[in-house]
Design a protein around this ligand. Sequence first.
Ligand code: ADP
Length: 867
Amino acid sequence: MSAKDTPVMRQHAEAKRAHPQRIVFFRLGDFYEMFGADAVYAAKALDLVLTSRNKGAPDEIPMCGVPHHAAHAHIARLLELGKSVALCEQLADPSKCKGIVPREVVRVISPGMTTDREHLDDGVNNWLMALELSATDIGLALMDISTGELSVARLENTTELLAEVCRAHPREILVGVEGQTARTAELESGVRLILPNVTQRQDDELDPSELAWGLPEDTPVELTVTERRAAARALRLARTCRPGKVIPVERIIRWDPRDSVVIDEIAQRHLELVDSANGDKQTTLLSVIDQTQTPLGARLLRRWVLSPLRDSGRIRRRLDRVELFVVQSRLRTDVREELKSVGDLERLATRAALHEATPRDLGGLRDGLRAAARVVEVLENVGVASEREALGFGEVSVDVVADLFAELERALVERPPAQPKDGAIFQSEYDAQLCECDELRRSGTERIIALESELKAGTGIASLKLRYTRVFGWYAEVPRGQVARVPADWRRKQTVATGERYTFARLDDLADRIQHAEERHRERELELLEQLVSLAGRASSRVKTIAAKLARWDVATSLAEVAHRFDYCRPEVDEDDILDIEEGRHPVVERLVAKGRFVPNSCTLSMSAERMWLLTGPNMAGKSTLLRQTALCAILAQMGAYVPARRMRIGVVDRILSRVGASDNLARGDSTFMVEMRETTKILRTATRRSLVILDEIGRGTSTFDGLAIAWAVGEYLDAVVGCRVLFATHYHELTELAARSDHIGNRSVSAQEVDGELVFLHRLVSGSVSHSYGVAVAKLAGLPERVLARARALLKSFEEGTPRGLEKSQTAGDAKRQLGLFEPKDPMLEQSRWIVEELRELRTDALTPLEALSLLDQWKKRLLSQ
Ligand code: ADP
C-alpha cells in the first residue's frame, strides 16, 4: 500500500480537500500532525523538525507535528502570520474503538475568527471584516466572534473604506465582489499599505440560502443589499469555522460612519492615536489616557479614541458622565476599586454562549457578576435625577443578572480548575448526587485506612501499606523481609525495589467501590458543568448588557481619573465655528518627553474670522507639537473626554486631515514628494468647511521653487475654496505673505533665542512670523562638525547678501523670489531699514535745499548706525 493510500491518510486527504487554504492539524494520538505542503510550511514557520511518513519510499510524505497540549502557542503563531488552521479531531476514544478512529474537522481557527484567550489581546477587539463591493457602494461588516458583536455599514468609496480599515485594524478581511474588479485591486493595495500582514481573501459566491442568517428578529430591516451581503459573508465564515455550533451573535447593529469624525488613515498614523510610528505603545494618545480597570473599558476607550463623535449633544452627555466622576472623587475611587474585579464579562459570556466556557471561566463570570453588582450598588446611591440619568439608570433598574450569579455562587468552588477533566469544580452540597459520590469517596478512603490497620494487626506486618497509583490501582505493599507473612490468598502484582505489591479480593472490592464513586463523581461534575454552561450561555445577552454599562462607567471613571491627575478641563462643545484652546498641552509630550516643563500654548481659529494660522519657527521649536496637540485636543473633546488645556471651546469638526512629515512612508518605496502630494490631494479633495486640517512642511520634497509654489497654492485653496480651520507649519517664510492677502489667515511663530551663540527654544507661540530659521544653530545642536558648521555659516551669509559665491549654477532662494515676483525681501537688515525706503518715497527732493538734504542724510546715517 502506498503511503498516501492508508485509511488515515485518506482521512487527511478528505480534510484537506474541504480546507485547501488552511493548515490541517490532524490529530494522531497525543499529537497534531501536519502533512505535505502544510508540514513543509509549518516546520519552517514554527521551527519544527520536518520528518516524513514512509521515509525512504518513493512516495514519502513530509510530516511534522506538535504535542496537542502545546498546540495553542503554535496556532497563535500561525494566526499572526495570517494563516488559518483546521483542527481535525479524533471523534472517539481510540482505546474503545475497533478499526480506524473516525476523524473530522471540528473547528477552523482563522485570525479573525478565534475565541481562545491565547490568541486574543484583552484591550483590543478581534475584528473580522467582510466586504461586499458593488458598482455603486460598499457593504462593510465587522464581526468579533469573541464578543459576539456584528455591525454593518454602507460606504461610498474606497477612501472611506480605507479609513475604516485603519480604524478597525481587522485581523482578517473577506472580500466579496459583484462583477467589477477595478475596486478590488485599489482596495487590496490600499489595505496592504495600512496592514501589511492582514489576511485578505477573495470570498466565494454567496448562494441565496446563505443570505438567510437565522438571526433573531431585531436585525434591522433597513439594511442595504450590500450591507446584508457583507453580514452574510461574515456569518458564513463563522458557520464554517464552527460547524454545528451556535454563533454567539444576537443582533446586527447598523452604524453610520458619518456619525463619527473621519480621521483618515494618514492622520490616524501621524497623530499616533493607538499605534506609534516606532511601535512603542507607551507613546500613543490611548496609552496616556487609558486608566481603565477592565478589558471591556479598554476596548471601548480604544474605539472612542478612533471614532470621536460629531453630534454635540451626544458628546455633552458623555462629558456629563465624566464630569460627575471628576467632581465626586470619592465615588470615582469606589467605583474604580470595584471595577478591578469585573474582568472580561463580555468575552466570558460569549464563551458560555459558544459552549466553550471552562470551569475557570465560570468562576470568572461569578466573580465578575459579583463585582458588577457592587459597582451598581455604589452608583445607585447617586441621588440626583440628572446624574442618575447620565449614568444610565433610567426608570427600570439595572439587571445585574443576580439569578445567574446566585447559581454560580452556590455551585462553584472558590477557584475552579482550568479544565473540566481536572475535577473538583463544584461544592459538594450543590447537588445531592455529587454529595453522595463524595460521601462514598470519603468513606472509601476511611475504610482503606481501617483495612490497613486491620491487616497490620492480622498479618503482623507492621510496615504494611495500602497504596494507590493511577496505573495499578490499589495494592498492599510489603517489605521484602516480611513476604513470608503474606496470607496465601493474596496475589502478587508487582515487584519493586522496596518490596512486593499484592492485591486480594477485599481490597479489589473496596477499590472498585471507590473507583466507581470517583467515576460517578466525575461524570456528574461534567453533567452539572454542561448545565451550568448552558445556563450562563442563555443569560449571555443579559450579561453583555451589564458589561456594556460597566464598560461605559469604566471609561468615564478612567477619563475622570486622568482629568483629575493631570489637570485636564472640560471642553465646551457646540455647533459654532470656533476652535479655541487656551493654554493647550500635548497629552503625550507633556507626560513623557517634557515632564514638568511643557510650555502651554493657545490657539484660536474661527471659520468666519482668522481660520488659518501659518506657523513659522526654527526646527525643534515645537511647531509639529502644537499642530498635533491641537488635533489631539479636538479628538479628546469630541470623544467626550476632558482635554489638557486651561479652557477649550470647539464647534464640532467633521474630519481631521493631516499631512505631517513623510519619513515613515519612505520604507514603502514611494518618493517623499509623491507621497506628500498624494496625501495633500486627498486632503484637498475631502476637506469640508467643518474640517480641521493640519499641514506640516508641504512641498519640502521638491525644489524650493516648486515647493513654495505648491504650498502657496494649497494655502490659498484651503482658505478661499474650503474655508476650514487650518494650522499650516512651514519653512517657507515667503508663505507668511499670504496673511497680508487674506483676512482669514494669520501668522504665528514659535520662538527661539540665540543666547551667546547657543540656541534656546522657548516653545512659546507669538504673533507674527520669524524670518530667521536658526538652521545652522540647530545643526550645531545636532552635533554637526565645526568645520561644516563654519562653512555653512559663511555660505548662509553670502546667500543672505544675495551673492552665492561658488553656487552660481544652482537656484537660490533669491532667484525664487525674483522669478515669482510675489515676495518682499525678508533679510532682517533690509526689514529693519524699510523706513528709509518709505521716507525716500515720500521725499520731495525738489522742495529741499542742499543744506536740508545734507542734514537729512546725516540724520539717516545716525539712525541707521544706532539700529
Ligand atoms: P518642530 O516641528 O518645530 O521641528 P517639534 O514640535 O518636533 O518641533 O518639537 C521638538 C521637541 O521640542 C519636541 O520633541 C518636544 O520635546 C519639545 N517641545 C515641543 N513643544 C514643546 C512645548 N510646548 N513645551 C516643551 N517642550 C516642547
